[in-house]
Every structure is written in C-alpha cells, then in structure tokens.
Ligand binder design. Structure first.
Ligand code: PLP
Length: 384
C-alpha cells in the first residue's frame, strides 16, 4: 500500500468506488503509478484527455496565462475569454452562436434546464432511459439511473424518461408543458448506445412542430471523440442548446452551454464565479487549436474503425458484441464486467464500465496504433 493511498484515505470524504492504483503521471495515452508501473489509459480521465495527457500546448498555455491573469469575474470583459468563446463557436454547429461558460458538465446541464424553463415558460422535460446527465439536482433529475437518485429526493419535478431511439414512445410522452427534450447523441454511461440519425431527425421535427427545445448532451461525445468535432454532425441535425465539458480543455475543468438565438435569458438571472476564468479559457483555446491542427476528429475516426474492426475479428467467449463510434467503444459482455476490468488493470490496461455488462474504451485520441494493438491483445486474453 502506497503512502499516498493511505494519506488520501485518511482525509478524503470518499463517495467513489476506488481501484487500488495511485496514478502520478501521464503522457498522451500512458499513465504511470507511484511505483513506476506503466499503463495504457483507455479511461482517459473518463473521456476527458482527448488531446492526450499532459498535452504540451495546453500546459504551455496554462503556464503563460497563470503568470498573467488567473481570475477575471464575468462582470468584466477579458481577452482570453473572448478568444475561447470565439474558438468554441467556430467549431460548434452553425446555429449555436452563443456560449455560457461553466466549470463542469453538470453545471452546463443545470444552465440548460434553467434556460429552457425561462425561455419557454414551460416546466417539463423528457429524457431517455439509461441517460446520464450529471449529479447536481437538476442534472440528476434528468439522469435515469435510480441508484444515483435514491435517498436524495425530492428531486426537481417535471422529468419523464422514455426508451432511447424509440420515436413513438418519445412522441407519446410530450405534453403542452414540455419545455425541452434532452438526449445524448451516443449514450455513454448507459452502455455506448449509438443514436439513430432517423430517430434524431424525427425528434428535431417534433420539437419544431410543438415548440419544444432540443437539448443535446455532448459532454462525453464532443470534441472529436466520435470521429467528428461533435456527434450531432453524424445525426445531421442541430439542437437548440448543447452541453459540453470533458474534452474541451485538455483536462482542465471547463464546461459550456451553447445556445441558438431562440434562447432568451434576462441579464442577472444566471451566473458563476469561476466559469470562464482566463486560466480555463487559455486551456480551451490551446486544446481546440490542437484538435484543428491535427484534425483530431479524423484521427479518432480512423483509430476507432481500426479498433472495432480488429476486435470484431475475434470470437471471444465472454463477449456478446462490440460497438461504438470513433474512439467511444463499448464491449458488451455476457457477464458482469467489474472483475474483467480488474483483470485488465493487472495486464496494464485501464478501462471503464458503462453499466454492469459493458466495458467502455475511451482513450486519449492521441493513442498510438501500437498501443491499440496492446489493448486488443490484452482484451483477447481477458475476454476469452
Ligand atoms: N453528461 C454526460 C453525457 C456525461 O458523460 C457526464 C459525465 O460523465 C455528465 C453529463 C456530467 O459531467 P460532470 O461529471 O463534468 O459534471
């Protein structure tokens, strides 16, 4: 047992199921433990480290900004914030022309819920079964999994959940009082369930006909993860609001809510102290520049295709099916995956669950083909 594990156990108010590993360093798709063990990281900070761990451009930008100005409240303008906003809007769906900056995914979702209610004057939301949208009260109410909600009630009223990718069920659930429909283009936590473009097009049409806002949660799918800058490009629709976070800033905690011109919120109605701070914004600019410079969406598309095609060549006894899009891959197993994930860790590959029976692979998009081969070799060993 390492000293740091003990130290953390002593002082942390822990709410996390932990693994017995102390990570002290990372570079691209590799991380190292305090005892010097090297791992291929298919957790990627939980789909965050898209531009690679310890990305040099991001590190330099943060360093330079930290020497200049770290905090600047949102009541003032700021040069780096202006550049970050411009960058985010440049790469976002065309109709999303304004961004509200936050510090996390759940805060972006919280803003989306408030903006939807105040814009429409309606109170209710329809979300999907197996959806995950965050842990704060509003985002948790939009989340499906009962286990995350039990004991925290009463939650925010007005949420209904319907099966994902099933249009008739969704249509039947909307009412006069539906402010917004909230969907992930690919359900991450829910098991890597890829959205059907026909379904999303029908949802967009329904929203337009019924005066309902469409909120897409791209917190996990955004910033090149699925082989496009945003997964909504696969669906060929544009939402009214889009939540982003995770991969936006090379691991620096940043989120944003992107809005089209239908969204109206009076000045003074919503805000945050740290959202849009210059340090975070410097990381956003460097990170998105890195994505553009390297066409990281295309890199993710090709590597994801390679991964999925390669793993699908093998008939693995414990595997039901492998699926995914870009480098957001799920391996559905015939048994609970927790022990399998532990075995993979012994083989020096870090992975995540997505529900009880799916292994989730969301590495930094800078992972090399050799590293992918190593991961596949270990998956074959553990899953056969
Ligand atoms: N929405 C989705 C789709 C997510 O995957 C997550 C986090 O896993 C969240 C929202 C919440 O983001 P955060 O953990 O930054 O609050």
């Amino acid at each position: 047992m390492s000293d740091y594990k003990e130290l953390q156990q002593q002082y942390e108010f822990d709410t996390y199921p932990k693994r017995d590993l102390t990570i002290v360093k990372g570079k691209d798709a590799k991380v190292w433990s305090d005892t010097g063990q090297e791992y291929i990281d298919c957790v990627g900070g939980i789909a965050v480290a898209n531009v690679g761990h310890a990305n040099e451009d991001v590190a330099n930008a943060i360093y330079e900004q930290a020497k200049k100005l770290v905090i600047c409240p949102n009541i003032f303008y700021n040069d780096t914030r202006a550049k970050a906003l411009e960058k985010i809007i440049e790469v976002s769906p065309k109709t999303l022309t304004k961004a509200f900056l936050t510090n996390s995914g759940t805060e972006s979702m919280e803003a989306a819920l408030k903006f939807a209610r105040i814009t429409t004057g309606k109170t209710d939301f329809v979300a999907a079964m197996k959806a995950f949208h965050g842990r704060s009260m509003g985002a948790l109410s939009a989340t499906y999994k009962q286990e995350y909600k039990e004991g925290f009630g009463p939650l925010v009223p007005g949420f209904t959940h319907v099966p994902y990718n099933k249009f008739e069920k969704l249509e039947a659930a909307v009412t006069e009082n539906t402010a917004a429909i909230i969907l992930e283009p690919v359900q991450g936590e829910g098991g890597i369930n890829v959205g059907n473009p026909e379904y999303f097009k029908a949802v967009r049409k329904l929203c337009d006909e019924r005066g309902i806002l469409l909120i897409l949660d791209e917190i996990q799918t955004g910033f090149c993860r699925t082989g496009k800058m945003f997964a909504t490009e696969h669906l060929e629709i544009e939402p009214d609001m889009m939540t982003v976070a995770k991969g936006i800033a090379g691991g620096f905690p940043v989120g944003a809510l992107l809005c089209n011109d239908k969204i109206k919120v009076p000045i003074g109605k919503h805000g945050t102290t740290f959202g849009g701070n210059p340090l975070a914004c410097s990381a956003v600019v460097a990170s998105i520049n890195f994505m553009q410079k390297n066409e990281l969406w295309e890199v993710a598309r090709q590597k994801g295709k390679y991964f999925l095609e390669k793993i699908s060549q093998f008939e693995l006894s414990k595997v039901r099916a492998a699926r995914g899009i870009g480098l957001m891959i799920g391996i559905e197993c015939k048994e609970k995956v927790k022990p399998l994930i532990e075995q993979l860790m012994e083989e020096k590959v870090l992975t995540l669950p997505a529900g009880p029976t799916v292994i989730r692979i969301v590495p930094p998009l800078t992972i090399s083909y050799e590293e992918i081969d190593f991961v596949i070799e270990k998956l074959i060993k553990v899953l056969n």
